[in-house]
Design a protein. Sequence first.
Length: 381
Amino acid sequence: MMTTALVNARVLAAQGWRDDVAVVVEGGRIRELAAARELPAGTRTHDLSGRMLLPGFIDCQVNGGGGVLFNDLPSVEGIRAIGSAHRRFGTTGFLPTLISDTIDKMRAAIAAADLAMTEAVPGVLGIHLEGPFISRERKGVHAEKFLHAPDADELRVAESLQRGKTLLTVAPECVTPDAIRHLVAAGVIVAAGHTNADHATARAALDAGVRGFTHLFNAMSPLTSRAPGVVGAALDDPGSWCGVIVDGHHVDAASLRIALRAKPRGKLFLVTDAMPPVGASDPAYMLNGEPITVRDGICQTASGTLAGSALSMIEAVRNTVEMLDVPLEEAARMASTYPADFLGLGATHGRIEAGLSADFTVVDANLQVTETWIGGAVEAA
């Protein structure tokens, strides 16, 4: 079993920055953080030349990348292409995300995610089903023809993944608390999103087991003076997680700063909501038969509806530092540690400490990704 020590790096360890350690990798996992000067003679080393070693980024909402939309290519080939595109930008773990579609397409996507994990496609952690059990009033770019409340058979499809994590985004007004409890008991992580629910309905969904909120602020009933809505429920609840899209287009920076102050530390995490343009030479793509234009980093329909993003995870980290005045170490955790915790993977992913998967994002002083490690295997950006 090959052992490699990553040396000469500024390491973001669980306790904070460390300049005095080597990260020893063996068998795809972190064996230890050792004093660099105490490595045994002859140890194979990988010199990072003073760059920063961050926990690998985990993205819970990846609709596409590399010119591929998961809905259009729900296969191992599609997942591999999407993962490869995002790996260049520091993403070491991701959930391929299916936008609302037919039940047959859901079955195909779940089967593809299962097979991708069986074949050890780098980075695949499960699947995110974003709909179709969501609100017509807050559908965003989702096609209305697919949106409906689920029956028992459809719930069984949603919980049918055999490997990895299933994240299901629902509107609480479309899925009963009993159904949410059933899904959670089956191992599904349920998030509220694309919802026009009132505060009481959102609160009941949280009590039933909703674990978090999909792209906080976007496509959900807002916080107002006498109607707190879903946003109010999310910000008021200390136990739930919230994904946020920090691209400068989806949410105003002031709203994000308010959310950071409202939620306990560790409960806000970064997502990209990425579409095919990430890592692709051609930014144009089609969604539900409609052309999507990408201009100045904004993906939108002809009518101006936002259609996901052209955001990479390293850009989200940089934006969090620059727009929200968040220290780099915290922004990096929002891209790695906190999504791992949300997915229930905190014991295996999202931190640089002994026993965890050797997933790292290496960045230079300009916060450009130079290397990405997944399970101890390195790839230059």
